[in-house]
Design a binder for this molecule. Sequence first.
Ligand SMILES: NC(=O)C1=CN([C@@H]2O[C@H](COP(=O)(O)OP(=O)(O)OC[C@H]3O[C@@H](n4cnc5c(N)ncnc54)[C@H](OP(=O)(O)O)[C@@H]3O)[C@@H](O)[C@H]2O)C=CC1
Ligand SMILES: Nc1nc2c(ncn2[C@@H]2O[C@H](COP(=O)(O)O)[C@@H](O)[C@H]2O)c(=O)[nH]1
Length: 327
Amino acid sequence: MENVFDYEDIQLIPNKCIVDSRAECDTSVTLGKHTFKLPVVPANMQTIIDETIALKLAEEGYFYIMHRFQPETRMDFIRSMKNKNLISSISVGVKEEEFDFVDALKQETLVPDYITIDIAHGHSNSVIRMIQYIKEQLPDTFLIAGNVGTPEAVRELEHAGADATKVGIGPGKVCITKIKTGFGTGGWQLAALRWCAKAATKPIIADGGIRTHGDIAKSVRFGASMVMIGSLFAGHEESPGETVERDGKKYKEYFGSASEFQKGEKKNVEGKKMFVDYKGPLSDTLNEMEQDLQSSISYSGGSTLEAIRTVDYVMVKNSIFNGDKVY
Ligand SMILES: NC(=O)C1=CN([C@@H]2O[C@H](COP(=O)(O)OP(=O)(O)OC[C@H]3O[C@@H](n4cnc5c(N)ncnc54)[C@H](OP(=O)(O)O)[C@@H]3O)[C@@H](O)[C@H]2O)C=CC1
Ligand SMILES: Nc1nc2c(ncn2[C@@H]2O[C@H](COP(=O)(O)O)[C@@H](O)[C@H]2O)c(=O)[nH]1
């Protein structure tokens, strides 16, 4: 593959501004039947989202995807979100019991607005079978399937019935797939996104590797409808990971969904645990992301996210950070 690059190798080129204030720029995005404030979704991981955060995000008009690591709570969760007239968005795996779960949802006529099939290697028959089953049993659910890293995979999952695909194998901050298997999109996630987006006929969620707010605009430029983010959301007061204090400084725990800490055993471990700096309330980050993205839109010469999709860009030799790591 030619022209392989990642987020820090790219700068977007500004166009003449058409707004008088960044506040005029609209960062909203539509996915399925709903419109959300930002093209950003916190990762469906146990140290990133819990029911309290999901409720807050839904109430405030942000997209969310609940993780699948407490499967027994999912029915009640969907019910409670529906009772509050809020969107319901959950994750599933592909093992046998997940087919029973889909049956139970159908039986209870409890149709989640969004279901995400959350599997490491999404280009597989097990995921295709699950897509087909969910689409048969719960046709009104908006179905996101992943994760994948090639155009062939995007085409196959779309063909099986996925309404959106999630792209990113191994670029995550707590990912060790790239090291343990030698495979993935780690180090060239942005180029992989572009490659996949050329094949896609439905929305793509770019997943993993976002390290700065500018990377959100770059993802939109290279074909993402939405961006999934873990590490940048791990350090908040509300984040479910444990808070620890060392030498008077606070940190939050962040671990991979395929880590020993998540699995409770050392089998097929492809994730690690780390501690990220504590950074206060989640609402501050969401507000800052919105302001930064409004600014991105203004630089693109438009007033909506669409304007970013067509801006020119350059590849920057030796990274945009010029040796200064800012994150
Ligand atoms: N985005 C990414 O780069 C990655 C994300 N993850 C995250 O980790 C969590 C666990 O993922 P996952 O292990 O898929 O989920 P599960 O542990 O639920 O495994 C799902 C099924 O897929 C099988 N499976 C898993 N990996 C492979 C593979 N490489 N080839 C063939 N079959 C496979 C498993 O069998 P068996 O275990 O017996 O092989 C199991 O039957 C998810 O939340 C996922 O998103 C994990 C790694 C990479
Ligand atoms: N290879 C692994 N990838 C993982 C694991 N747990 C989660 N993830 C992926 O990372 C992103 C978040 O990336 P970040 O760079 O924003 O922190 C998440 O959405 C998953 O796709 C894991 O154990 N191994």
